[in-house]
Design a protein. Structure first.
Length: 79
């Protein structure tokens, strides 16, 4: 278990300009970014024990974060 925040800037450092452009031009992409940040924050709070959640819930949050990250990456690569 890692309690390091998985920000998109850390996950895709070379794609910062593309992410910014897509966020400004694609409402669906911007919504995915917002959702990723929200879920990522929930994972971080669970991992650092700020919020008490079950292991199953924490795992579900991690899976959701991974699905969002995959969708974001697919959208970045499409451009």
């Amino acid at each position: 278990m890692s309690n390091t925040p998985h920000t998109l800037q850390e996950e895709f450092p070379a794609e910062a300009d593309r992410i910014t452009a897509l966020k400004a031009s694609d409402a669906h992409f911007a919504k995915m970014l917002e959702e990723y940040d929200m879920v990522n924050d929930q994972v971080h709070r669970a991992e650092t024990r700020i919020d008490t959640v079950t292991e199953e819930h924490e795992e579900a949050l991690r899976r959701q974060r991974m699905r969002l990250k995959d969708a974001i990456w697919a959208a970045i690569r499409k451009v």
